[in-house]
Design a protein around this ligand. Structure first.
Ligand SMILES: Cc1cc2nc3c(=O)[nH]c(=O)nc-3n(C[C@H](O)[C@H](O)[C@H](O)COP(=O)(O)OP(=O)(O)OC[C@H]3O[C@@H](n4cnc5c(N)ncnc54)[C@H](O)[C@@H]3O)c2cc1C
Length: 299
């Protein structure tokens, strides 16, 4: 991101909400369950699997987490009722992690019980480094009871190789991503090449250990590198999946699909779209151009 892009991106909270909404509409399915169903149906029709999430994080009241569980249970029912190919992913801070770890674990357990009945799968996203140890603890606890649960590892963190080796022992289902949160130097790589190289090392470790991996990246170099590892290990497409976010590089996901790999698209929805959108837009190096164009066109 150049200096101009960075300036615009840090000023995003000052950009009028309707403009952010318009730019962000390609990243989220919409506000309602009906919006979600329409988006999932469309992606399924193009051959993509989906991972659905309800926008929300860092709740302050237990009731908000209990409501999140009920909302996700409704999403699971809608996925089943409509015959959609989608699992779900959740954030533990939405489920009350920062209020009480055991409370968040019990909320995840309640959701996993519902998901098992369909059957469907729940992935626990990885949030900032203040959540890593607790998220893995909760994962290991619920994994003792449930198979239909997965977790996420961030290639940016120095600890991730140790975490991956521990997860390999339980043949965990792991999504591997670079990591969206900028963390301090002492715990995380800050150099883009270092993060890439760590990503490749972790991917080899996980796939080599027989773990099912969600290869979550839009970085074409990492995607090509993953193709080589898959080839070398002689893996069937059922042993892994690529994962990308709604609205990000749709051409690349079509290329991956056309090469015979499975691709899952992460599709968030819900009324809390503004905070999520600002975070997504900040990551986009094209942001300055989009925002300026929208503002100049007066919309
Ligand atoms: C399915 C999925 C789930 C994820 N889950 C988590 C998680 O649980 N925890 C976590 O910390 N991180 C998560 N991430 C985010 C991830 O860690 C990265 O921050 C993000 O994907 C950008 O890294 P990249 O590998 O795509 O490579 P980059 O080099 O950052 O991106 C490659 C290219 O993709 C495009 N691009 C990438 N991201 C965006 C974006 N948001 N908006 C617009 N264009 C973009 C740009 O053109 C960029 O040049 C997830 C990512 C995906 C795809």
């Amino acid at each position: 991101m150049n200096v101009f892009d960075r300036l615009i991106s840090t000023s995003l909270p000052l950009v009028p909400k309707p403009i952010v909404r318009r730019i962000a509409s390609s990243y989220i399915a919409g506000e309602t369950l009906d919006d979600l169903i329409t988006a999932v149906r469309e992606l399924n029709g193009e051959g993509f699997m989906v991972a659905t999430s309800i926008l929300g994080e860092f709740v302050r009241q237990r009731e908000e987490s209990e409501q999140a569980v009920r909302d996700y249970q409704e999403v699971l029912a809608a996925i089943d009722r409509n015959g959609l190919d989608s699992n779900i992913h959740i954030k533990l801070t939405h489920f009350g992690l920062k209020l009480d770890k055991d409370f968040s674990r019990d909320n995840v357990r309640a959701l996993l019980e519902t998901a098992s009945g369909y059957p469907n799968f729940v992935r626990i996203d990885m949030e900032d480094a203040s959540c890593t140890t607790d998220t893995l603890d909760v994962y290991y606890q619920v994994r003792e009871e449930f198979e239909n649960v997965g977790v996420v590892i961030q290639a940016r963190l120095h600890r991730s190789l140790d975490d991956v080796r521990a997860l390999a022992k339980v043949r965990a289902n792991v999504r591997l991503c670079k990591g969206i949160y900028i963390e301090p130097h002492d715990i995380a790589c800050t150099d883009a090449e270092e993060i890439r190289s760590n990503y490749t090392k972790l991917l080899e470790e996980l796939l080599g250990a027989g773990c099912y991996v969600g290869i979550a990246t839009h970085d074409e170099r990492l995607v090509r590198g993953a193709f080589q590892i898959i080839d070398r290990l002689g893996l069937e497409p059922s042993a892994y999946e690529f994962q990308m976010l709604h609205g990000v590089l749709p051409e690349l996901r079509r290329v991956i699909l056309n090469e015979g790999h499975r691709v899952r698209v992460g599709v968030p929805f819900g009324p809390s779209w503004y905070a999520y959108s600002v975070r997504r837009l900040r990551k986009n190096p094209m942001i300055a151009r989009y925002v300026m164009k929208a503002m100049l066109s007066g919309s």
